[in-house]
Write a protein that binds this ligand. Structure first.
Ligand SMILES: *Cc1c(COP(=O)(O)O)cnc(C)c1O
Length: 398
């Protein structure tokens, strides 16, 4: 038996990309092994010609190891199942998935609109490589009313991330998709927060969804991975061409780790989400907590959009604390269960002290002198995490 699109996503996720039966023995392992290769060996020139023809037709034909064999293909099919996509292109990091989408869809002289709460390194890509390639970028609050006056004849792409990277601002993706279609733009969304399971931008009208598999797909803080998915044939053709031309490639072992990780994505996300809400509840009762940024929390300004468009939540949140910068540093250093570090999506809790400059560019942010910390709530017992936050706030407040 195999799962079909009529099954729940959880079922589909467990049954996509399994190892096929050996025709000789009728047996198979459950999980595909890591199929590592550089050279692909062909039985005959005919077989090679067939693979090359498939590749030239824009389909998945493997003539060389760079785009990967069965393990990669299985991971691509799993990401497609998650995102309701036709095609998936793997990249060696989330950031490289972003660059793949931008390089595939833009050329010299083009203009791109970008939501101002986008993942920070997009601005570095813009300042360095895109400038040099004469691709112009404008950042804005991503609402139709704010974007409309910024349109130019050469605007080709609207690139957004929802929720935003640091304060988790929810965007109205269906409205932005309608806006993009009206003005002949391609809508690209960074869906790392949703990882395909919580949020499915292609179903909401986006043309391209990009994600860092490094985060919840991998789920164990042990690999770097990116993916770009699409449904539109022209967009797929452009992604395919650029992916091949630029040599984006990931190791079979990383694809294997991602496949292993992704099978538990639904239960991990449910637990992260439940733990995060427990922490929100605790924080909301404290006098030194000014604001909680977490779309699943009823007090968050994006809560209604989250309820309408998302299928669950995760462990990401930010919190504004009535602490001086020095006290905030004491707080972060006093935490014992939260690792100080970038990234998120693994099983462990993390804390990041947000630099004021990093959120000053978010139009949604009303300036304040309070400290902001971003927390990734991991799979530890939430009572232990809360006790840790409580003791660290006590140390900081002394
Ligand atoms: C982490 C992250 C990326 C980049 O992913 P890497 O694998 O670290 O390169 C892109 N977008 C968002 C929203 C992220 O959180």
């Amino acid at each position: 038996m195999s799962a079909s699109k009529n099954h729940h996503l959880d079922t589909l996720l467990m049954h996509t990309g399994m190892a096929p039966f050996d025709p000789a023995t009728g047996a198979a392992p459950v999980a595909l092994p890591s199929v590592r290769t550089s050279t692909v060996r062909f039985e005959s020139l005919d077989a090679l010609a067939k693979a090359r023809a498939t590749q030239l037709a824009g389909d998945r034909g493997v003539t060389y190891g760079r785009i990967g064999m069965q393990t990669h293909e299985a991971l691509e099919s799993v990401v497609c199942a998650l995102e309701s996509a036709e095609r998936c292109f793997l990249a060696p990091s989330g950031l490289s998935a972003m660059t793949l989408s931008v390089m595939a869809l833009l050329g010299a002289g083009d203009h791109m609109l970008v939501s101002d709460s986008v993942y920070g390194p997009m601005r570095y890509l813009d300042k360095t490589v895109l400038k040099r390639m004469s691709i112009d970028v404008t950042y804005s609050r991503a609402t139709v009313a704010d974007l409309e006056p910024l349109l130019r004849p050469e605007t080709r792409v609207l690139y957004v991330e929802s929720p935003g990277s640091l304060l988790f601002e929810m965007l109205d993706i269906p409205a932005l998709a309608q806006f993009a279609r009206k003005h002949n733009l391609l809508l690209v969304t960074d869906n790392t927060w949703g990882s395909g399971y919580l949020y499915r931008p292609l179903e909401l009208g986006a043309h391209v969804s990009v994600m860092a598999g490094t985060k919840y797909i991998g789920g164990h803080s042990d690999l770097m991975l990116g993916a770009v998915v699409a449904n539109d044939a022209d967009v797929i053709a452009r992604l395919n061409q650029t992916h091949y031309a630029m040599g984006y490639s990931i190791s079979a072992d990383d694809a294997w780790l991602a496949l292993r990780g992704v099978r538990t994505l639904p239960i991990r996300l449910r637990q992260h989400a439940q733990n995060a809400l427990r922490v929100c509840q605790y924080l909301a009762g404290r006098d030194d907590v000014v604001k909680i940024f977490h779309p699943a929390w009823p007090g968050d300004p994006g809560h209604a959009l989250w309820q309408r468009d998302c299928h669950g939540s995760n462990g990401m949140m930010a919190v504004e604390l009535k602490l001086t910068p020095a006290q905030a540093e004491t707080f972060v250093n006093a935490l014992t269960l939260f690792g100080i570090g970038f990234s998120w999506g693994g099983y462990e809790s993390l804390v990041q002290l947000i630099e004021p400059g990093a959120i000053a560019v978010h139009s949604y942010w009303s300036k304040s002198d309070n400290a902001i910390v971003r927390l990734h709530i991991g799979l530890e017992d939430p009572a232990d995490l809360i006790a840790d936050i409580q003791q660290a706030l006590a140390v900081a407040g002394k």
